[in-house]
Design a protein. Structure first.
Length: 250
């Protein structure tokens, strides 16, 4: 019987002691788990170590892209599953990954489906679903870029789409949604600082309204009910904050 390629899980985490155990338990079957801690003040590192993960502290001053690549550098296998601390691999996705790794030589990576939970509600519209993300890749042929926010995996080769999905428990309550919206807006502002002042002001007026219309109407957020309205409002607010922070150079 052909043996599957060995798999390493690469994760970055910070102050995630309440959720990282659920994520790591879903990939306990992997050959190796590496967690790059980006400055936790809670017991994240201790919880990760209990699951047999190799844990190291990494710098987060340059944002998500470089931190995730640092986690990849911790691994010893070629095939990497990049997992966030608020995500869970379903049994169906596990089977799909293991089947793929039995015959993966022709590919640089694979995309998986992801569905997000907002305050206890699974979101099926609003541009959040269906969402296919490249998370499984061969580090000889792919890797993260240096983008501080909305990082992506650059690859050279064929990409397959797998069955099964990631469960994304990103926003357990609205307080977390507010915090993440502000955090992402600050990172996004870094790319907008060089814009002329009049362009920043114009974007502050236009982008929030456009974001709301896109999420709630064009991407049918109204079909997600009240959570769909929250998504449209927070996305709109995040656009406003991004240009506001860019103006203040905050």
């Amino acid at each position: 019987m052909k043996r599957r390629a060995e798999l390493s899980v690469a994760m970055i985490a910070r102050d995630a002691e309440g959720q990282i155990g659920r994520a790591l338990d879903s990939v306990i079957w992997a050959d190796e788990i590496c967690v790059a801690d980006t400055g936790s003040r809670d017991r994240t590192k201790e919880v990760a170590a209990r699951f047999g993960a190799r844990v190291a502290s990494v710098d987060f001053s340059s944002g998500f892209g470089r931190a995730k690549q640092a986690a990849v550098r911790m691994t010893t296998n070629d095939w990497i599953l990049s997992l966030d601390s608020d995500e869970v691999v379903t049994p169906e996705l596990r089977r799909s990954i293991e089947q793929f790794l039995l015959d993966c030589d022709a590919y640089a990576g694979a995309r998986v489906g992801r569905i997000t939970n907002l305050c206890g509600h699974w979101i099926h519209h609003s541009g959040w679903y269906p969402e296919y993300v490249l998370r499984l890749f061969n580090k000889k042929h792919a890797g993260f870029d240096d983008s501080p926010l909305h990082e992506s995996i650059k690859f050279n080769g064929k990409i397959k789409r797998l069955s099964g999905c990631l469960l994304h428990y990103s926003y357990p309550d609205l307080a977390v949604y507010v915090r993440k919206t502000r955090e992402y807006a600050r990172w996004g502002a870094l790319k907008k600082r060089q814009l002329p002042v009049f362009m920043k002001l114009l974007c502050m007026l236009i982008k929030p309204a456009a974001a709301f219309i896109r999420k709630f109407l064009l991407q049918r957020g109204f079909m997600d009910g009240l959570p769909g309205l929250w998504i449209a409002c927070f996305t709109s607010g995040g656009q406003f904050l991004k240009y506001y922070y860019a103006l203040r150079r905050k």
